[in-house]
Ligand binder design. Structure first.
Ligand code: GTP
Ligand code: MG
Length: 207
């Protein structure tokens, strides 16, 4: 997919405040600091469309971007950020959960996982929650440039084995590096193919 335009639309503190759900939407979620905002910038070939930071907890609202005037890309706050109060952490979690359960035009959630780690409880729990709630999602491993390729593959394999303990089918899996701009084309190809399918089948979301 060629990115002709990528524009910031708005930041929302509640799912009810998000833009009208008339276009297909793809959202990026994952633990705080996993690289959501950086990956969005890499996909859009834009330095600072989404705000990034070395300090976890940078993105605190639901941020909508409109791409090629045809689809929404959404940057969500991270889950599991330890260094905020319990109440604030709960607020973030409620914001995320309410968004994914209620957003009518959410076509796919990209769940980002740091490729440097073996399966983490909080990620597995979130993935299982998506599966149980019927939320369509894919897994995106991030920061692949930080490890040797065979170590990345071994970590991905460990995730697969962990998920196969509960699920028969595995989701789509992408391995990416925002730093080296790898893996993004596959994600964009998936979005493009899905948008085409929705268009051909006259899928509408706002009813
Ligand atoms: P929150 O908004 O705080 O939840 O974080 P986020 O998931 O949006 O992460 P963000 O994109 O802000 O990146 C966090 C840190 O990881 C930054 O210091 C990035 O430069 C770094 N980072 C992100 N992606 C990559 C990557 O692919 N490779 C490397 N080496 N560093 C990365
Ligand atoms: Mg962010």
């Amino acid at each position: 997919m060629v990115i002709k335009t990528a524009e910031f639309v708005k930041s929302s503190g509640k799912w009810q405040e998000c833009p009208e759900p008339t276009l297909p939407e793809y959202a990026f979620i994952g633990r705080s600091n996993v690289g959501k905002s950086s990956l969005i910038n890499a996909l859009m070939n834009h330095k600072d469309l989404a705000k990034t930071s070395g300090t976890p907890g940078k993105t605190q609202l639901i941020n909508h971007f409109i791409i090629n005037e045809k689809w929404y890309l959404t940057d969500l706050p991270g889950y599991g950020y330890a260094r905020v109060s319990k109440t604030l952490r709960k607020d973030f979690e409620n914001l995320i959960i309410n968004y994914i359960l209620n957003r009518k035009n959410l076509v796919n959630l990209f769940v980002l996982i740091d490729s440097r780690h073996t399966p983490q409880k909080i990620d597995i729990e979130f993935i299982e929650y998506c599966g149980e709630s019927g939320i369509p999602f894919s897994l995106v491993f991030t920061k692949a440039d930080k490890l040797k390729p065979n170590v990345v593959l071994a970590n991905v394999e460990k995730y697969k084995q962990e998920l196969l303990k509960t699920w028969e089918d595995l989701p789509e899996i992408y391995v990416t590096s925002a730093e080296k701009k790898t893996g993004g084309d596959e994600i964009l190809a998936f979005i493009s193919k899905t948008n085409q399918f929705l268009h051909e089948n006259h899928v509408k979301f706002d009813n």
